[in-house]
Design a protein around this ligand. Structure first.
Ligand code: PLP
Length: 397
């Protein structure tokens, strides 16, 4: 067998993609699997954005792009950050990448050295911890529970910080929990960060538009720490553009230049057509995005009704993003025939095999008591899926 690098042993492949693959395999056997595992809007990209891309093709935007992005796209990102978040940045503070995933990878590789500690509240998006491992950093988790609305307290943050802490990394709205930090909650965390000037804060705001409780607040809005906040965002969720691959960062120029250096070797600038379309997305009409969020809000309401009708599932009502993340641990130790459901992985597999609904086990998000179910699926599928889950669970005793 081939001698592969030790790097590969340090991290795992995304659990979300693994589940999607298992679901596809069952579907290939003719089984009608409902996919509640994947994290993407089931909508089409808005028309005005598609037209900008078609025009870009016809206008021959076909050459290599500047590594950090077209200058007018970086201007468009600044315009967006001012319009939506009241944040002032210059184009030199911006770099666009091949998805927010690359933006995050750049940031972590730029900031984290071997042994550096990266604080990540649980539950967190699968990729965060794996990127830290790739960088040979050390993940320090702050655990949150349904009871505390999956949000950390300033005291928890203070207790997790050591002299080795280099980065704090979080998402609001949060994938998978749906927690959204208010301005007041962020202000309380900022007070802690003010005491620890070495820490850089990575703020993943990719679910910004999918917010059911009001205004999106960015931790970069606090002047005392703005220079060490890295705002990460992208087009995937808010504009239904997951396949187009565009993410962006706003940060101080040291960090942006470091990311440009990394990206220059890994990928170069992202797709020219996507970049032209991104200008239309970021500066254009937000009505299609708002309509998608309104539809997600309807599905969230329906999903909450259905989840709450399942005995033993304890579910926080998501304030943003498009997932529910119920605590399902009441089922651990139950039996299906001779098999024991020991953990979230077992229960998620049981639901896939018996209810034909795919989900993602909570261990993948650093939270072994929960399972993530998406509501980025049609109302009809959502109703059918939860009916099946409810029926399947009655087979356990
Ligand atoms: N951040 C979070 C919290 C996500 O859930 C995702 C996608 O699932 C991303 C970042 C990456 O988005 P993309 O690389 O598609 O821009």
């Amino acid at each position: 067998s081939t001698n592969l690098s030790t790097l590969l042993m340090r991290f795992s492949e995304p659990e979300t993609l693994k589940m999607a693959k298992l679901g596809r395999e069952l579907r290939a056997k003719g089984i009608d699997v409902i996919d509640l595992s994947l994290g993407e809007p089931d909508f089409d990209t808005p028309q005005h954005i598609k037209e900008a891309a078609i025009k870009a093709i016809n206008d021959n935007w076909s050459h290599y792009t500047p590594v950090s992005g077209y200058p007018d796209l970086k201007e468009a990102v600044c315009t967006k950050l001012k319009r939506d978040n009241n944040l002032d940045y210059k184009p030199e503070n911006i770099i666009v990448s091949t998805g927010a995933k690359q933006t995050l990878a750049n940031a972590i590789l730029a900031l984290v050295d071997e042994g550096d500690e990266v604080i990540i509240p649980t539950p967190y998006w699968v990729t965060y911890s794996e990127l830290v491992k790739i960088a040979r950093g050390h993940v320090v988790e702050i655990n949150t529970t349904v009871e505390q609305s999956f949000k950390i307290t300033p005291a928890q943050l203070e207790a997790a910080i050591t002299s080795n802490t280099r980065v704090f990394l979080f998402s609001s709205p949060c994938n998978p929990s749906g927690a959204v930090y208010t301005k007041e909650e962020l202000a309380a965390l900022v007070k802690v960060f003010e005491k620890h000037p070495r820490i850089t804060i990575l703020s993943d705001e990719i679910y910004e538009y999918i917010n059911f409780i009001g205004n999106h607040e960015s931790i970069a809005q606090f002047p005392s720490i703005k220079d060490r906040v890295v705002v990460i965002n992208g087009l995937s969720k808010g504009f239904a553009m997951t396949g187009w691959r565009l993410g962006y960062m706003a940060a101080n120029t040291d960090i942006v230049k470091a990311c440009e250096k990394l990206q220059g070797q890994f990928t170069s600038g992202t797709c020219s057509i996507t970049q032209r379309a991104a200008i239309a997305a970021l500066t254009g009409d937000l009505a299609p995005s708002r309509a998608m969020t309104a539809e997600f809000a309807r599905r969230r309401e329906k999903t909450m009704q259905l989840v709450n009708s399942i005995p033993g599932f304890k579910c926080f009502e998501p304030q943003g993003a498009f997932y529910v993340f119920p605590d399902v641990s009441a089922y651990y130790g139950k039996k299906f025939g001779n098999e024991t459901i020991a953990n979230s992985g077992d229960l998620s597999m049981f639901i896939l095999n018996e209810a034909h609904v795919s989900s993602v086990m909570g261990d993948a998000f650093g939270e072994p008591n929960c399972i993530r179910f998406s509501f980025a699926n049609s109302m009809e599928n959502i109703e059918k899926a939860w009916e099946r889950i409810k029926n399947a669970l009655t087979k356990l005793n």
